[in-house]
Design a protein around this ligand. Structure first.
Ligand code: GRG
Length: 325
């Protein structure tokens, strides 16, 4: 079961999400069996569908119609999945969602094309709306995701980087797709321009919180929960907020800096580095920053018309911090 369904508001859409699952699987049908089978393999492995779920909730603001919104939901999930396949190729990752990555099964060349196929399908789906606002939100998001990933590579092992460098990356890596999910959900529902703007900002701030929590969990959760090895970010030199905080504030910052640089050739240092970041208060600090982003997201709800959807969006915002799903 999708763990998001534990939420009492999201539970109301269980039947819609089940229908969506079938629609999603049908949308990766391809005349090329290798493409069709491998795309389906990953789609079936089951992500949490956070982005489509946000689009559904955002659409509650005005007129929600499942049939109308299905192409958008599938596009958001396929775009996300396509970007993950590309990311796994770049990272040389072997596990994702608890199963072998497309690149581990088919090799990098085929995996890149499977990712391309999903992104192409996503565009095919959103172009059905004939709505420039939707196309433009998706197009800008993809462009910025690429910028964020290129910057991430440039920032690997850059121990003098600032929090702003980190925020630049996570905005592009995650927040903009959350933002676009809420914004386009509002567009499909026929919400007013100021409501669409509020949804865009709500999604953006929640996306920032979500990624910070994701980065904390990368060091604090276990391999089974993560579906990939613990400390994956550090293993590739990707320094997240808890680490950056300790590099700037811990009394042991010089030792930490040296250990991070040395970990490039010695992965046995990853565990001790994580322990130092925990001792240095990095996780608590990053948790507080994530909370601040959720608070900013919640403020946007005042700009939406009254109704149950506001309670749902409020409760889901809190879930970003708890990550109890
Ligand atoms: C061409 C679209 C495109 C992108 C190219 C590779 C790349 C640039 C972007 C990838 C950015 C990236 C790795 C984002 C991942 C962010 C993230 C929080 C992933 C985990 O999301 P969950 O927890 O995953 O929603 P599930 O498995 O539940 O779907």
């Amino acid at each position: 079961m999708n763990k998001l369904l534990k939420n009492k508001y999201i539970k109301n859409f269980q039947a819609d999400l089940e229908y969506f699952e079938t629609y999603l699987q049908q949308s990766v049908v391809s005349e090329e069996p290798l493409v069709a089978n491998s795309a389906l393999h990953l789609v079936k492995a089951g992500g949490k569908w956070v982005r489509p779920t946000f689009a559904i909730l955002a659409a509650q603001v005005n007129h929600y119609d499942l049939q109308e919104i299905l192409p958008l939901l599938a596009a958001l999930e396929l775009l996300h999945t396509g970007s993950l396949i590309h990311d796994d190729v770049i990272d040389g990752a072997s596990m994702r969602r608890g199963i072998p990555t497309a690149s581990a099964i088919h090799g990098n060349k085929t995996a890149i094309f499977i990712g391309d196929f999903l992104i192409g399908r996503a565009f095919e789906l959103v172009s059905q709306y004939n709505d420039d606002r939707i196309i433009s939100a998706i197009e800008k998001t993809i462009t910025e995701m690429v910028h964020g990933e290129v910057r991430q590579i440039a920032d690997f092992y850059r121990t003098e980087q600032s929090e702003e460098d980190y925020f630049y990356r996570i905005e592009r890596k995650t927040a903009l797709l959350f933002s676009a999910s809420c914004e386009t959900g509002g567009c499909v529902s026929g919400a007013e321009p100021q409501e669409i703007a509020a949804l865009r900002s709500y999604g953006y701030h929640l996306g920032m919180a979500f990624q910070i929590m994701d980065d904390i969990l990368d060091m604090t959760a276990d391999e089974q929960t993560l579906g990939k090895p613990v400390g994956s970010d550090l293993r590739q030199g990707n320094l997240s907020l808890p680490v950056i905080y300790c590099l700037q504030n811990s009394p042991e910052r010089e030792k930490l800096r040296q250990m991070i640089l040395d970990s490039r050739g010695n992965q046995e240092l990853i565990e001790p580095i994580i322990a130092m970041v925990k001792d240095g208060g990095g996780m608590e600090y990053a948790g507080r920053v994530a909370n601040d982003f959720v608070d900013k997201a919640l403020l946007e709800l005042d700009n939406l018309r009254q109704g149950k959807h506001r309670d749902a969006l409020r409760e889901v915002a809190d879930m970003m911090i708890e990550r109890s799903y």
